[in-house]
Design a protein around this ligand. Sequence first.
Ligand SMILES: [Zn+2]
Length: 376
Amino acid sequence: MLKAFKYRLYPTQPQLRDLDRTLMLCRSLYNAALQERREAYRKAGKTVGFYEQKRYLPEIRTELPEYKGVHSQVLQNVIERVDRAFQGFFRRVKAGQKAGYPRFKGKGRYDSFTFPQAGTTGVKLQGGGKRVLLYGIGSVKVKLHRPLEGRLKTATVKREGEHWYIVFTCEVEPRPLPPNDQAIGIDLGTNPHFLVTSEGERVEAPRYFQKAQAKLAAAQRSLARKKRGSNRRKQARKRVAKLHRKIANQRRDFHHKLARKLVNHYGTIAHEDLNILGLARSRTAKGVLDAGWAQFLAILAYKAEEAGRRVIGVDPKHTSQDCPVCGHREKRPLWVREYTCPQCGTLLHRDVAAARNILARARTEPAGTWAAWAVP
Ligand SMILES: [Zn+2]
């Protein structure tokens, strides 16, 4: 299985320029490849494929010498990204979903490049892990705050605000935990609960996280008051971006700890399938993204797989309307949090009842069904 390791890079000034230039060249190539596909599609109704576009790369490197400073596989990966954008587009069209045509990447909207075979070419750790040699950039200082494990597969160099990072993905052996026949259902909560379990536990986002969000809101208001093009506005924008990153890190940390706890205690964890959830419930898509459930479920699925545990995503339809004891179905307004089942007289809390229904549904799924979530 693949595991990601993210480390901060400390490039020198000339290296910074080379990193920015590499991003710029990759972005131009991305947009050119996109343009070619769009035109082929519009004019002839035919599609230009990944391999067809890949074949032009040596030619590009001969005619535009600046591309020689970028590793050929990094350029191939750019073509692959265009390909993936199109495949995603066609998949959504086919599924009858709302599908935006793949878009050109503006400046600042293209912030990473990838060495797809970093284990063999383009990237090399040096000086006992204090530096990393990147093709076209040079030997860049890196801080490995935790050791790299497994067999190196890919490396992505990434800009986040003013900082640069490298994300290695490595093939690691799963480390199964002892078998555990405990099972739990989780209902992805509405404020202030992040989730509610079938055992009645309510998990809130940590306080420091809520505080940081209040700070961010204040910084955003302050930014809105600054004059366009002014230096103060620039400063305020930096502050907002910095807080955004801090919150994203805190959220990820919270997700990791919570997922770890669940995986350590339960052999089977059932949750609502988010792909269906958006349509089935009166929660907006934005609310789903804000709480970061997709990220949490991806981390949970990943940790479970590593530990040999099972995570199951179930159809969330009616989970908040059914009585988990007798199955009586009744639609209630969202604000009704506690009620007594009119059929069997059980006192129920809405979210706990939903979590218990989710667990009951998972029990009917065939063993070994994994919820398919990509690791972020
Ligand atoms: Zn009942």
